[in-house]
Design a protein around this ligand. Structure first.
Ligand code: UGA
Length: 453
């Protein structure tokens, strides 16, 4: 099929690369000429494992442009995958979505086009996009046939391509059965799981087929918010239990396994620690609460998940204060600056909030990340930590070091050479990933969030 994708962020680019890999002819449209020029040169503007390789392997079926024409008029399916950042009232900013929908309306071709809302959009946006497309068509005196469908994404940064190629499910919300059928055809190789897996992206065991969930528009839109809110609250739940575990002498890791093996609960997303960050959970839980407020509903559980999550970051400062008494003039090292491993994304990264709070209290903060250092230097020059490219500098003369992002570089670090560099060998493991016996043998005092030892 001929497919256009508007927006080349994580979602748009991953979707475009995967669809082209599966054999579709894809044009990615972005208003940023620098980004488009880089993509045309074969450079990937974001750090996402295997994305550059997939883009390369599918380059014959991939095109990048800043122009809506002729891509839109010749496409059977047009994805809108633009950003919807949070506004101060919690509602997403829909201005990019609006201008993309207007551009689609002005340029629709003579065939029937399926317009896909891939961006995370408030409930009711499908109808809203439809009316914008219609208005734009009217302005240019065009008559074209189209349907708007909602097809939420469930990609995790750092494993976006694997999530895209081997989805747990594909959700499509639509009021038009013919449009649902087009989406089913588009995704057929993913539903059947009959494509040859790309190098370095192996098919997970037991993944024979992916279910297709066809719903009405509103349900698909709400599925996206409900999925992210549920994952966020699962993490906050284990973090709440973890704090109690510390008090009663228990271990959150054992509890997660003990409850997670119950198939009704499931083991994933029960990793206790500093809590969630990133561009999605905070934005989507806030939007869900804000939408519910319009209907007079409090969404108490989602709100509680947010409250517990902010407390996790504050707890790191409390622990350091308890241990060091005074933070003024102390050197605190931070391991990991991106919001999670295998990405350089700094949006709502816990490490940066913790660093800026420590700086406000007069501490000297030095941080290191295997991938995100350059971005931190560029975007967080004032409020962020001093960034070093030498991990030993994080430890040198430090009064404490906090592991915030669980990169393998840190779990596999050579502690016997790093710990002796510290003034005070206090390590806070914010992700419960460090080997206690190894660190203690090397002389560390190790505090693990969620663990009483
Ligand atoms: C999340 C969802 O997992 C995706 O399904 C969704 O498509 C995406 O948001 C989105 O809406 O675009 P993402 O934010 O990329 O994906 O990353 P996650 O792997 O979900 O991690 C989010 C945060 O939770 C990270 O800070 C991570 O460190 C933290 N986390 C995750 C925990 O603290 N504990 C866990 O057990 C799991």
């Amino acid at each position: 099929m001929n497919v256009s994708i508007i927006g080349t962020g994580y979602v748009g680019l991953t979707t475009g690369a995967a669809l082209a890999f599966l054999g579709h002819k894809v044009t990615c449209i972005d208003i940023d000429p620098k980004k488009v020029a880089a993509l045309k040169r074969g450079e990937c503007p974001i750090y996402e494992p295997e994305l550059e390789n997939i883009l390369k392997s599918a380059r014959d079926r991939l095109n990048f442009t800043t122009e809506y024409e002729p891509a839109i008029s010749s496409s059977q399916v047009v994805f809108i995958a633009v950003g919807t950042p949070s506004q101060p009232d919690g509602q997403p900013d829909l201005s990019y979505l609006k201008s993309a929908a207007q551009a689609v309306g002005r340029n629709l071709g003579t065939g029937v086009t399926v317009i896909v809302n891939k961006s995370t959009v408030p409930i009711g946006s499908g109808n809203w996009v439809e009316s914008i497309v219609r208005d734009a068509m009217r302005e240019v005196k065009k008559e074209a046939r189209f349907s708007v469908v909602s097809n939420p994404e469930f990609l995790r940064e750092g494993s976006a391509l694997s999530d895209m190629l081997y989805p747990d499910r594909i959700v499509v919300g639509s009021e038009d059965p013919a449009a649902t059928k087009v989406m089913q055809d588009l995704y057929q190789p993913l539903l059947a799981q009959d494509f040859v897996e790309p190098k370095n992206l192996p098919r997970p065991k037991n993944r024979q087929q992916s279910p297709f969930v066809a719903t009405d528009l509103q349900s698909a839109e709400l599925i996206k918010y409900a999925a992210n809110a549920f994952l966020a609250l699962k993490i906050s739940f284990i973090n709440e239990v973890a704090e109690l575990a510390e008090k009663v002498g228990a271990n959150a890791g054992h509890i997660a396994r003990g409850i997670g093996l119950d198939a009704r609960i499931g083991e994933r997303f029960l990793q206790a620690g500093i809590g969630w960050g990133g561009s999605c959970f905070a934005k989507d839980t806030s939007a869900l609460i804000s939408t519910a407020r319009e209907y007079g509903l409090p969404m108490a559980i989602t709100q509680a998940a947010r409250d517990v999550n902010s407390r996790q970051r504050a707890r790191v400062i409390e622990i350091l204060l308890g241990e060091l008494r005074i933070l003024k003039g102390k050197k605190i090292g931070i391991l990991g600056l991106a919001f999670k491993p295998f990405t350089d994304d700094l949006r709502d990264a816990p490490a940066l909030e913790i660093a800026s709070r420590l700086k406000e209290r007069g501490a000297k903060v030095v941080g290191f990340d295997p991938i995100a250092n350059a971005k931190v230097r560029q975007d967080w020059a004032e409020k962020g930590p001093i960034v070093t490219d030498d991990v030993a500098e994080v430890f040198n003369e430090a009064d404490a070091v906090v592991l915030v992002t669980e990169w393998p570089e840190f779990t596999n670090a050579d502690w016997s050479t790093l710990l002796p560099l510290m003034k005070n060998k206090l390590i806070i493991d914010g992700r419960s990933v460090l080997d206690r016996s190894k660190l203690v043998a090397a002389g560390a005092r190790l505090i693990t969030l969620g663990c009483s030892a």
